[in-house]
Design a binder for this molecule. Structure first.
Ligand code: GLU
Length: 505
């Protein structure tokens, strides 16, 4: 077989926020497309108008923009295979439904919901298939004139796929290997509904993958049960030769216990399951997102890439380019991937360390603003460099480094009890004088003079430093003392000391 151009697609239904599992599906499609110099299509599968949620499409697009996943074609990107929104492709689907009707691979069915319910009540485990279609109201049982008359009258109908029973259907999956099921377990799936003149997911999905020349269908495991039906549809159209290769990705599992990851797990354990914050337009409910929770997009990508795939060694931190190089569908696992959200936090920490301080500082500036602080950018960069190894989120920089920007107004009681001695006020007053006399207020400059002074006076270094820290920070935390006083500068350092001496005496 000649090598086909790699064309893959991400095809969400705009029914709400994009689940993190969907983000991983899109990511794997993206990595696969880039690695093979192929194309990634963004298609909107909105044939189920009942489930349409306004804003969902925009939300999905914004999510990928934030994450750095780019599409080559599709809704909002253009391309030669459009339109890419299924609700705008009605005429195309009608034509293909007719092809199946004309070749006898599909038929028209008039059974009303009530009639179907009655049959279900009458026959245990009723399924509309080869064994039952002969007793239903459809174009196989009614005379042609009757069928035409019903349609002319405007009676609602559906078109069903006529599945031949007792046939083994083989699905070759790049991850799961060969999956075989017998066609008798399938029902005659509805492919089209006259009520809204729209196809169902199955027909639209197959027709579009064919017309858009999709080479590989990489999607979540939940679609594996549909794959045999899809194989049969390709065959019914005579498109076997260009049928895409399937790859069904493993499920994302709960962080603890069994079963598939749900939004409730996120709510319970405190992690987002959506890329961006989502405001549900129907319920008004707000769900947290990775972006708003302070994750860096690179960290989210890296974290998701390893949920169901690994590079074959213990390398964990990988840039998008490295992932594109290393990704391999054959290394995707069949079994579900535990959603270890703590690993996501670990990745965020790693990326904060890896990124230039200037970049992290830019993200810290709005946090400072929210606390009413405007500081020179240089100072923010310096503080970030000193403190970022202590945090996993940018906002946590405020907790560990806020004192660099706001002088303490209170002094932690416990620390005072432990660290502020009888002679501390006197020693600090002396130290302030020593510091005031230093011209070179660099870290080394201060250290040399202060250490000499301590030695000369015979003071206890620990006692001096602990009291000094209390005056500048207000508690017992923080980096190296002279790092702090250097960042604060002489004037601010002396002012803080003066105030602490007054308050603590
Ligand atoms: N519209 C389907 C979804 O929402 C797409 C499934 C597929 O990729 O075939 O996930």
């Amino acid at each position: 077989m000649s090598e086909r151009k790699v064309r893959v697609r991400f095809a969400p239904s705009p029914t709400g926020a994009l689940h993190i599992g969907g983000v991983r599906t899109a990511l794997y499609n993206y990595l696969f497309a880039r690695q093979h110099g192929g194309e990634l299509i963004f298609r909107i599968e909105d044939t189920d108008s009942n489930r349409f949620v306004p804003g969902a499409e925009e939300y999905i697009l914004e999510s990928f923009k934030w994450l750095g996943i780019h599409f080559d074609e599709g809704v909002s990107f253009g391309g030669e295979h459009g339109p890419y929104r299924q609700s705008e492709r009605r005429e195309i689907y009608k034509k293909y439904v007719q092809v199946l009707l004309d070749s006898g691979k599909a038929y028209i069915a008039f059974d009303t919901p009530e009639e179907l319910d009655a049959k279900r009540a009458e026959i245990a485990n009723f399924q509309y298939d080869a064994s039952t279609r002969g007793m239903m109201r459809n174009s196989l049982t009614l005379p042609k004139e009757k069928v035409d008359a019903l349609i002319a009258e405007g009676k609602q109908y559906v078109v069903r796929f006529k599945i031949e029973p007792n046939e083994d259907v083989h699905v070759n999956d790049l991850i799961r290997g060969e999956v075989v099921i017998n066609s008798s377990i399938l029902d005659d799936k509805v492919l089209y509904k006259s009520a809204d003149e729209l196809p169902t997911y199955h027909l639209a999905n197959i027709v579009d993958d064919h017309l858009m020349e999709v080479s590989h269908v990489i999607r979540g495991e939940e679609w594996l049960p549909s794959a045999p039906l899809h194989v049969l549809l390709y065959r019914a159209f005579g498109w076997e030769d260009t049928m895409p290769q399937f790859a069904h990705l493993p499920l994302l599992l709960k962080p603890e216990g069994n079963g598939k990851l749900s939004k409730r797990d996120g709510d319970r354990l405190g992690f987002p399951v959506f890329p961006l914050e989502w405001h549900d337009p129907k319920t008004g409910e707000i769900s947290s997102g990775y972006r708003e929770s302070g994750y860096l997009p690179e960290a989210v990508i890296n974290f998701l890439a390893l949920l169901g795939w690994n590079p074959g060694n213990d390398q964990e931190v990988m840039s998008m380019d490295e992932l594109i190089n290393l990704f391999d569908l054959h290394r995707c696992s069949k079994s579900g991937a535990k959603f270890d959200y703590k690993k996501g936090i670990w990745f965020n920490h790693q990326y904060i360390q890896q990124k230039p301080n200037e970049e992290i500082a830019k993200l810290f500036v709005p946090v400072l603003k929210s606390h009413g602080v405007e500081a020179p950018f240089d100072k923010v960069v310096t503080v970030v460099g000193m403190m970022k190894d202590r945090v996993s989120f940018i906002r946590e920089l405020w907790d560990v480094a806020g004192f660099f920007f706001v002088a303490p107004t209170e002094y932690d009681e416990k620390t005072v009890k432990k660290r502020w001695k009888e002679d501390s006020a006197k020693c600090m007053a002396e130290l302030a004088e020593v510091l005031a006399g230093i011209d070179d207020f660099s870290i080394e400059g201060q250290e040399k003079v202060v250490m000499d002074w301590i030695a000369e006076k015979g003071y206890h270094t620990g006692n001096i430093m602990n009291a000094f820290r209390l005056t500048l920070v207000g508690e017992g935390k923080g980096p190296h003392m002279f790092d702090i006083s250097w960042v604060l500068g002489k004037e601010e350092t002396l002012a803080r000391m003066k105030r602490a001496i007054e308050v603590l005496k």
